[in-house]
Design a binder for this molecule. Structure first.
Ligand code: 13P
Length: 347
């Protein structure tokens, strides 16, 4: 424990444990309306509020999803929505024993004084928004910072420090209000950098994040880190294989993430669907006995991708779309215990 204990410390620790319970991970469906619309348009779905509601209903009502998914991160529009039968999404989740999460940042905006880097905003009025979400039934929150790797010296110290500071201020406010903060400093996969560069940037970023959390009196036992993996850039000339990504990621996390932390989850970040599962699985199969914290998934695209492409906004496709997303949730749940194998994909 830090010397500082938030008033709801015990509840926060229990919530964090439930989020990363053995064999389970977190479903991310917190795309802003703009991002959700872009993904809809890419597969020919009408980008309307009703279609977004239908899509989130499809995902949240997947039969038995709670076996592998402990909770979901919602967007402000979604947390206020209901099923076609009129049951609120919050009740759907709570009846399944799932923890309700909410994205509370207001997006990554241009960092003034920098050439194209971003800083995530949303601290103004956050205490009041947290109180509202807690009253509605949310028990955890998410804030995503974006770090870009570039040949021109990016990321800069200014970008790393500004984002880490905002993450820590957000985390402290969440814990004061009873929400477990998911802190998400995403090092983007975009670019042709090698895995060494990704490792160096991830290490610097995580060191700064935990330094800032310490200075803001954040209780680590009630925090979940959502991180990118240590991986080659998408356009790298040669990309590291599964075993190397698993080993480099685990070693970087062991060097930077305090053992007291409530848990670590991964974003998929544009990796392939099966690749995201294989990486998590390899970390557990090869390095499981070295991990001091629960280590699991919090994927959006790597779970939703196969479902969205199949659904296309048609109710006749909903059941099969649910099966496709369930398959990814199940395989990732198995991977979080090192029990997945690539042969399962074709079985
Ligand atoms: P992806 O798994 O699609 O990267 O999304 C995770 C997420 O929550 C991004 O903020």
């Amino acid at each position: 424990m830090t010397t500082y204990r938030p008033e709801k410390a015990d509840e926060l620790i229990q919530t964090a444990r439930a989020m990363v319970a053995p064999g389970k991970g977190i479903l991310a469906i917190d795309e802003s309306n703009g991002t959700c619309n872009k993904r809809f348009e890419a597969v020919g779905i009408d980008p309307s509020e009703e279609k977004r509601r239908q899509y989130r209903e499809l995902l949240l009502t997947i039969p038995d999803l709670e076996t592998y998914v402990s909770g979901a991160i919602l967007y402000d529009e979604t947390i206020r929505q209901s099923t076609a039968d009129g049951k609120s999404f919050i009740d759907v989740m709570r009846e399944r024993g799932q923890v309700v999460g909410i994205k509370v940042d207001t997006g990554a905006k241009p960092l003034a004084g920098s050439d194209g880097e971003k800083v995530t905003e949303g601290l103004d009025g956050l205490r009041e928004r947290i109180a509202e979400y807690y009253g509605m039934g949310a028990r955890f929150a998410k804030w995503r910072a974006v770090i870009t790797i570039g040949r021109d010296g990016r990321p800069t110290r200014g970008c790393i420090e500004a984002n880490a500071h905002a993450l820590a201020r957000y985390a402290a406010l969440c814990q004061e209000g009873g929400l477990v903060p998911i802190i998400e400093p995403e090092v983007l996969i975009d670019g042709d950098h090698d895995i060494d560069t990704c490792e160096r940037v991830t290490e610097e970023e995580l060191n700064e994040v935990f330094r800032q959390l310490y200075h803001q009196n954040v209780m680590l036992e009630g925090v979940i880190l959502k991180t990118s993996m240590v991986i080659s850039g998408k356009d790298a000339a040669s990309r590291a294989g599964v075993e190397e990504v698993a080993e480099r990621t685990v070693e970087t996390l062991l060097r930077t993430v305090p053992a007291a932390l409530g848990g670590v989850v991964f974003l998929s970040g544009g990796q392939g669907v099966e690749e995201s599962t294989a990486h998590l699985n390899a970390m557990h199969q090869r390095h499981g006995d070295r991990l001091p914290w629960p280590l699991t998934f919090s994927y959006a695209r790597a779970i939703q991708g196969p479902a969205l492409g199949y659904w296309k906004g048609e109710s006749a496709n909903a059941e099969e779309a649910q099966k496709r997303a369930f398959k990814r949730a199940k395989f990732n749940g198995l991977a979080s215990e090192g029990k997945y194998s690539a042969d399962m994909e074709s079985a």
